[in-house]
Design a protein around this ligand. Structure first.
Ligand code: CUA
Length: 404
């Protein structure tokens, strides 16, 4: 470093002046280096897709400038000391004994104290600003389960698809709409540009962590508690959701996937350009499925499974629905796989499917892990609630999956 030039020229009359110049030049270099490190690192971060990502990245860059400068200062002094104060050949004497230096100690305590105080205030401001409620939020639910995410949206009288008259709907649907609304379950989190989103998150089993790198948000889901996180998307796009807490053998499957054709599978945040597109491409068609459920139980069951309401796709393969999970038996041809009846002692496949969804651990197929599949329970106050009507429809659909 340039410091070594000035200091080694030590003993003439201009020594203190040139030493000061050296320190100023070294200081400038160290700070410029901090900026350089921060700039390089910022370039490798994912795209900024939310308003919060800008705040978080600005804070991160600020910390990198300070951290980078300190790194260069420490390493520079180390390198300088190694060169400048190394032992001459044959010199075995000790260095001079040094006893404290009050000024130096004051300086190296005061500077970090100021840096930490500034960072604490700045970080706290960013944190509170991100957590603060925003006007007109889209409130969606996030359910984490081994091993899938489900997002839900509330359909009420006030957000019916365009052209749908409340009075023309079936009486039981009208009742549900008035009574807290109908829940749309979907494997992706859909929203649109500039729409503030608030997520209420619950876990069905163990701790998961909801992470969307492009949005710079990450929040744990804790069993028995509702945690929340907010973000406002600013860019149209499809952004991968990742589970950032090791939650079991299918943990990796909780990250958004792509099928061989490049279509999204599993958890992604889908940001539409505006509310009209969001409603036309996502919300209204999903709402119509629930407002006018298919009469045929097999079609209704297919619709339920395709909606991602239950996290079967992450573990099972089912070609008809594009599922490619490999932690559990394939469901292709399950309707005629009567070999399962021999060991279970059950009379027919409908009963077998019913029992193995309600009590999966009693019917583990040899070669697969017991305890991985949750029991889907018939009562709303139990975990993994699956109403009998859904189960009947799912069974009707699965029985149509015949052949190899
Ligand atoms: Cu859920 Cu890892």
């Amino acid at each position: 470093m340039s410091v070594s030039n000035t200091n080694t020229s030590g003993k003439n009359s201009g020594s203190s002046g040139s030493a000061l110049l050296g320190i100023i030049i070294a200081g400038a270099l160290v700070i410029a280096g901090g900026f350089l490190i921060a700039t390089f690192w910022s370039a490798v971060l994912p795209k900024q897709a939310s308003a919060e990502s800008r705040q978080v990245d600005d804070l991160f860059r600020f910390m990198l400038i300070i951290g980078g400068a300190i790194f260069l200062l420490v390493q520079g002094l180390l390198a300088y000391s190694v060169l400048r104060f190394r032992a001459k050949p044959g010199d075995t004497t000790d260095g001079p004994a040094i006893h404290g230096n009050t000024t130096l100690e004051f300086v190296w305590t005061a500077i970090p104290a100021v840096v930490v105080a500034v960072l604490a205030v700045y970080s706290y401001n960013v944190w509170t600003s991100i957590r603060a409620p925003k006007p007109n939020e889209q409130v969606s639910g996030v359910v984490g389960a081994r091993f899938a995410w489900t997002f839900n949206y509330n359909l009420t009288r006030d957000n019916l698809p365009v052209g749908i008259e409340f009075d023309a709907l079936a009486p039981e649907i009208q009742e549900d709409l008035n009574d807290g609304g109908i829940t749309i379950n979907y494997p992706q989190l859909a929203t649109y540009v500039d729409q503030p989103v608030k997520l209420d998150m619950v876990s069905n089993d163990v701790i998961h962590s909801f992470w969307v790198p492009a949005m710079r948000i990450k929040q744990d889901l804790l069993p028995g508690r509702v945690t929340e996180i907010r973000f406002t998307p600013i860019e149209v796009g499809t952004y991968r959701v990742v589970c950032a807490e090791l939650c079991g053998s299918g943990h990796g499957n909780m990250a958004g996937q792509l099928d061989p054709d490049g279509n999204v599978l599993g958890a992604w945040v889908v940001v539409y350009p505006d509310e009209a597109t969001f409603r036309r491409e996502f919300f209204d068609p999903e709402a119509m499925n629930l407002l006018f459920p298919p009469e045929d139980p097999a079609l209704a069951g297919r619709a339920v499974l395709a909606s991602g309401k239950y996290p079967c796709a992450t573990c099972h393969t089912l070609t008809d629905l594009g599922w490619t999970g490999n932690l559990a038996p394939s469901l292709d041809g399950i309707g005629t796989r009567t070999s399962r009846l021999d060991s279970s002692g059950l009379p027919d496949m409908a009963t077998y499917l019913h029992e193995s969804i309600r009590h999966p651990n009693d019917y583990t197929v040899p070669g697969y892990a017991t305890g991985l599949m949750p029991a889907f329970n018939p009562e709303p106050d139990q975990p993994n609630y699956m109403p009998e009507s859904d189960l009947e429809n799912i069974i009707a659909y699965l029985l149509t999956q015949t052949g190899e």
